[in-house]
Each structure stands twice: as C-alpha cells, then as structure tokens.
Ligand binder design. Structure first.
Ligand SMILES: N[C@@H]1[C@@H](O)[C@H](O)[C@@H](COP(=O)(O)O)O[C@@H]1O
Length: 249
C-alpha cells in the first residue's frame, strides 16, 4: 500500500482530486468507482474546480457508485443519488447515461444487484475506485462478516453504521436499515483503489486496515491483498500510523 499523509483535510482533498484528475486525463473514458459520505466531499469540490478551470472534462467518464440505501426515493435529499448530483454530477459535464448507482427502489432487488454487476462488466470494470472507511472497517456498505468473494448484494446495516449516518437524518430511526452495495470482490476487481481517511475518530480504523491480520471481521483489511492501493490520510487519522510504520504485516 502506498500511504500518503497530509497535514489536514484540505490537503487530503486536493491530493485525492489530483490523483483522480490524473486518471481522467490519462484515460478520458475512465470508469470511476465513487464513494459518498463526509470524507470525499472536499475531493469532489476540488474536482469541480478543476472542471471549471477547464483542466478536466467528464464527457466520456463513466461512474459507478459503491452503494445506495434501500427504500429512500432516488430524489430524497439523503439518497446517495442526490448526494452525487449535488457534489459532482450537476456541476460537471458528465452524461446522465454514464452515471450508475444501484436502484434501492427496484421491485426485484436481487435482480437489481445482478444487473448492476452486469452493467459494470459491460463498461469494462473499474479503473479507479474511491473508498471511504467505516469505523468498523466497512468499505462501501460491506459490514463485518461479509465474504471477501461477495459481489453486489443487499445488506442489513450495522447499528454502528446507522448511528454514524444518523447525523444526516432527523433521527436515528429514520436511517434506512438496508442498502445495496458493491461486494468486496467487486471492489477488489478495480484496477486501482484510493482510500481516503480523515479525522481522529478514524485513526484506529486506518491502523487496523493496514496492520491487522486480514479478516472478514474488519473488511477493509482485504485491501492488503490488492496490488494498487493508495491511502491518503490526514495527520489526525494517521496518529496511530507513524508509531507502527516499522512493523507492517
Ligand atoms: N456507505 C458509506 C461509505 O461508502 C463511506 O465510505 C463510509 C464512511 O463515511 P464518512 O466518510 O462520512 O466517514 O460510511 C458510509 O456509510
């Protein structure tokens, strides 16, 4: 793993946007795997700036989001579709036909999971997957215990994850109980992976991701076996890294 430590969140966001921007410039029809959550917001803002400064175009870019809640209408302000529209899609020249998120309102959710994998295969697979990291090691919505071989599937959200995401909803009971997420195998199939981690509350999670023995109990440890992972952490998230840098797995 290539581990890059940035001074603060602003630097992390700029660095992440630089790496994604390079990918887009190198391959103008790249397939990007995208994440939601608080962490990538600054990266999206920096990518929109690059677009506005005419440094980038998303015209041929295809995107596949990691996950979507089940049961929230696509136009619900807290759906991941709306998040992506607000943070990126509405602000760049991406084409609607190239934007993909799982449909959490599909009548046949199992068929929707297969359909998502099929669309991803048809697009040629993910060139660069952006990931955030859950406190319990989840990537996408792959909660502890998820099989490393999993493809896109339906998940029951962990209580800790619902608590972490409750900050966006008016109350915890309003947080959906299920989601559709790319599986761990889907994520591992990406040619490159970029993990963004910010803040002291993620310090233990990022340490475990890098140093803990690979285990389904902490899904992000699976990234240790991916050949092209870059981790960008700010100093707050990296507090436990410097100490252990000498003895990685
Ligand atoms: N499904 C998302 C993940 O894709 C995200 O990476 C993670 C961390 O979120 P944050 O960046 O807000 O800490 O949790 C959410 O539940």
């Amino acid at each position: 793993m290539d581990i890059q430590i940035c001074k603060h969140y602003g630097e992390l966001s700029a660095k992440a946007a630089e790496l994604v921007g390079e990918q887009i410039k190198q391959k103008t029809d790249s397939v990007l795997g995208l994440a939601t959550g608080g962490t990538p917001e600054g990266m999206y803002a920096a990518l929109v700036d690059q677009y506005k400064n005419k440094q980038l175009s998303f015209r041929e870019i295809k995107t596949f989001n990691l996950d979507e809640y089940i049961g929230l209408p696509a136009d619900h302000p807290l759906s991941y579709r709306v998040y992506m529209d607000e943070h990126l899609f509405n602000n760049v020249d991406i084409s609607e036909k190239n934007v993909h998120l799982p449909d959490g309102n599909a009548t046949d959710l199992a068929a929707e999971c297969d359909r998502y994998e099929e669309r991803l295969r048809h697009a040629g697979g993910i060139d660069l997957q952006v990931l955030g990291l859950g406190h319990n090691g989840h990537i996408g919505f792959n909660e502890p215990g998820t099989a490393f071989e999993s493809s896109t599937h339906i998940v029951d959200l962990d209580e800790k994850t619902r608590e972490a995401n409750a900050r966006y909803f008016e109350k915890k009971s309003a947080v959906p109980r299920q989601a559709i997420t790319m599986g761990i195998q889907t994520i591992l199939s990406a040619r490159k992976v970029l993990v963004l981690v910010s803040g002291t509350d993620k310090a233990e999670a990022v340490r475990d991701m890098i140093y803990r023995e690979m285990t389904t109990s902490f899904p992000a440890t699976v990234l240790q076996k991916h050949p092209a992972v870059t981790v960008i952490a700010d100093e707050e998230a990296a507090t436990h890294l410097q100490q252990e840098e000498q003895t990685p797995n």
